[in-house]
Design a protein around this ligand. Structure first.
Ligand SMILES: Cc1ncc(C[n+]2csc(CCOP(=O)(O)OP(=O)(O)O)c2C)c(N)n1
Ligand SMILES: [Mg+2]
Length: 272
């Protein structure tokens, strides 16, 4: 018999992911541009994190500054940002910048300079342990960021200090600003690499909500630091965005944004 509790959680998180995707389009359609691909690809991960996995005392570090749109959507979905706030995304003078500042509620670090989050998150995890807290730190990091040496210093540090309260969540979308990550500077094979550096590594489909939930739970339960490598698809959820799948930043016309909004409204209605 299907587990009713899990079934309900799947549906609730899928619904929240659909809401977040719709919010991502709402953020970009005003200025006509933004990091829509990243917002859409991270929605399932964010739904699992912000609608179940993260507890009050836990900390979420978004290392990939330009993926801030995904965290804005998540914060909006839990009522920590308003419609009015998210609609200022990317405009001059807004606090809701394309790359965020750490003085914004929900943002632990300023992430525009890539590759810094894992070190900061490892420091937070050590600090939480030293003060006797049971807080867990989850740090998102992109595949492109894994080309930064600082990430691997942080991973070695996490292993050396046995930071069981740290999970690295890799957004492995196979792309970076200048093309396919494998072609710019290959980073694989990722799981054996993290294992060799002393982390427990779990690979997962970044759009499979139950599998993501299990992977994050297993990483949290593991006696030592862990990496969850989530394979994601840029622009996931909007079929007309296939042509943007290899585009780091989306700038397009009002009709295209409207079509995306219509498709996501239909997806939401089907789930609601
Ligand atoms: C330290 C640093 N080096 C270079 C850049 C320029 N840069 C901005 S985005 C980006 C691509 C990073 O890869 P990823 O986050 O995987 O890109 P995405 O999948 O979101 O397209 C680069 C190199 C930067 N912001 N910081
Ligand atoms: Mg990438």
């Amino acid at each position: 018999m299907k587990d009713l509790q899990n079934d309900t959680a799947d549906r609730a998180q899928a619904y929240q992911a659909a809401r977040m995707r719709r919010a991502v389009i709402e953020m970009c359609r005003g200025p006509g541009q933004g990091y829509a691909g990243q917002g859409l690809e991270l929605a399932d991960v964010m739904a699992v994190l912000f609608h179940g996995h993260l507890r009050e005392q836990d900390r979420f570090v978004l290392s990939t500054g330009h993926a801030a749109i995904a965290l804005y959507a998540a914060l909006w979905s839990i009522g920590r940002m308003t419609d009015e706030q998210i609609r200022t995304y990317g405009y001059d003078g807004t606090h809701v910048e394309e790359s965020p500042l750490d003085d914004l509620d929900g943002f632990e670090v300023t992430g525009g300079s890539l590759g810094q989050g894992p070190s900061q998150a490892a420091g937070m995890a050590l600090g939480e342990r030293m003060r006797g807290s049971d807080a867990h730190v989850v740090c998102e990091v992109s595949d492109g960021e894994l080309q930064e040496g600082s990430v691997w210093e942080a991973v070695m540090f996490a292993a050396a200090r046995d930071l069981s309260n740290l999970t690295l969540l890799v957004n492995d979308n196979g792309e970076q600003a200048d093309g396919a990550t494998a072609e710019v500077l290959g980073i694989g094979p990722l799981a054996p690499k993290f294992e060799a550096f002393g982390l427990h590594a779990i690979s997962v489909d970044g759009h499979d909500i139950p599998a993501l939930r299990d992977a994050l739970d297993a990483a949290r339960a593991h006696d030592g630091p862990a990496a969850v490598i989530a394979r994601t698809v840029p622009g996931k959820g909007v079929t007309t965005f296939d042509r943007f799948a290899r585009v780091h930043y989306v700038r397009t016309d009002a009709d295209t944004w409207q079509n995306a909004a219509d498709e996501l409204d239909a997806a939401l209605a089907a789930l609601g």
